[in-house]
Ligand binder design. Structure first.
Ligand code: GLA
Length: 411
């Protein structure tokens, strides 16, 4: 279980910066429901914004300086302005706020000249649940609010976050993470046609539950491997004479794939078939056929395992165990891969005890680390949280005192 967010973001902000924040923003993490690596290939993807968040509290800094603090870190980082460089080690999280600040300039949006910023999170990092995108979006909402722009549309918010990640952090991701975090809606999945991108909502089935088994293992070269897959997909599309792999149907690919180098043929097969699975999943969700949805989810995992080669033996084992459980519709790796987490779609009757039995069998099979288990709800997207502080009084509606339930653990 990840630790619950500490009770009082306001108190922490005051303890660190000596005064109250003027803005609080919150952005959810996401589960990639299906559509593995389809986003940057011009395909479609289904994501779920989840009730695990990054919070950003901020206030203008009258001296025009930047002071940044992440709960859990030892010290405040103080900067006179944008240092124009990248941070590493425990300060590497600062690259995201910096990337957002630079992106505001790139998007001709107002930038607050100086600010104090505190971030906190109950999203497990490295699980493939998009803590980076949630950080980008929470900071983007907080900084734009400080600069007087409180009505940023979700599509612009998503584009801004992705731009920060692509151009300033340096990861060539698609729009899935930021789009889902921006457009999340409780009780729904976010459908993204990444060619637009065009965002829509698909009801999340009331009879189903979303679980995460985070095996806490992350490949050291994860960013490099992600970029490599991206390049392989672009090379495959070029060799096949299309702008984007998702432009091809499985039949068209089969007719043309003969001359492709084997690695590129595998990558193309995964993307083209995954794109078809996303459409089939939407149709199956619309007619409430969860058995079919489950089969598509597990088929997606097998394709990642076999053709895209972005799974790991630990993730495969978790999927194997979950697949055999009668209360599980389907299971698959979620996110970029090369470690991270497996998601499972389950029936109502799948309980904590069932989850514990899966983890017991997983560790008995020789895996050292017990997976972290999260039972998640779908959630609303990134937003500013307005509150009316009453002097010295904490009320149930005051999220800065953590009493609105937003910080509670759901596991
Ligand atoms: C990461 C990226 C997304 C997407 C997924 C794989 O989460 O940030 O843009 O490519 O991997 O589907």
């Amino acid at each position: 279980m990840s630790p619950p967010v500490p009770g009082s973001i306001r108190a922490q902000f005051q303890a660190i910066f000596g005064r109250m924040p003027t803005v609080l923003a919150r952005a959810p993490g996401r589960v990639e429901f299906i559509g593995n690596h389809t986003d940057y290939n011009g395909g479609a993807v289904l994501g779920a914004a989840i009730d695990r968040y990054v919070w950003a509290a901020a206030a203008p800094n009258p001296a025009g300086r930047w002071r940044l603090f992440s709960v859990g870190n030892a010290a405040v980082l103080e900067l006179p302005s944008d240092p124009g460089t990248k941070f590493s080690g425990t300060d590497s999280w600062v690259n995201y706020p910096l990337g957002v600040w630079r992106s505001l300039r790139d998007f001709s949006l107002p930038q607050p000249p100086g600010f104090d910023l505190l971030v906190d999170s109950n999203l497990p990092p490295g699980a493939g649940l998009s803590s980076s995108a949630a950080l980008e979006l929470a900071v983007a909402v907080a900084l734009t609010s400080l600069a007087g722009k409180t009505d940023l549309p979700p599509a612009q918010l998503a584009a801004l976050g992705r731009h920060a990640e692509n151009h300033h952090v340096g990861v060539p991701c698609g729009i899935l993470d930021q789009g889902t975090s921006a457009f999340g809606r409780a009780g729904h999945l976010v459908h993204i046609d990444c060619r637009g991108p065009v965002f829509a909502h698909v009801p999340f089935p009331a009879a189903a539950h979303l679980w995460i088994f985070n095996n806490r293992g992350k490949h050291a070269l994860i960013d490099g491997l992600y970029a490599q897959r991206h390049e392989e997909c672009l090379a495959a599309a070029k060799a096949l004479g299309v702008a984007r792999l998702a432009d091809l149907t499985p039949a068209q690919l089969q007719a043309r794939a003969g001359g492709l180098p084997p690695v590129l043929a595998k990558r193309a097969r995964h993307i083209v078939e995954e794109q078809a699975r996303v459409q089939e999943t939407v149709t199956a969700l619309q007619r409430g056929d969860l058995a079919v949805v489950g089969r598509l989810l597990t088929a997606s995992h097998r394709s990642s395992q076999q053709w895209f080669e972005n799974s790991t033996p630990a993730l495969d084992q978790l999927v194997d165990l979950l697949e055999q459980h009668p209360a599980v519709f389907g299971a698959r790796l979620t996110g970029g891969g090369f470690g991270g987490a497996v998601m499972a779609l389950t029936r109502d009757r799948f309980t904590e005890a069932d989850a514990a039995e899966i983890t017991r069998r997983y560790t008995t099979a020789g895996h050292e680390r017990e997976p972290e288990v999260l039972h998640l709800q779908t959630a609303d997207g990134a937003r500013r949280i307005d509150w009316l502080p009453r002097a010295g009084v904490a009320t149930r509606t005051d999220p800065l005192n953590g009493e609105d339930g937003s910080g509670s653990s759901t596991t």
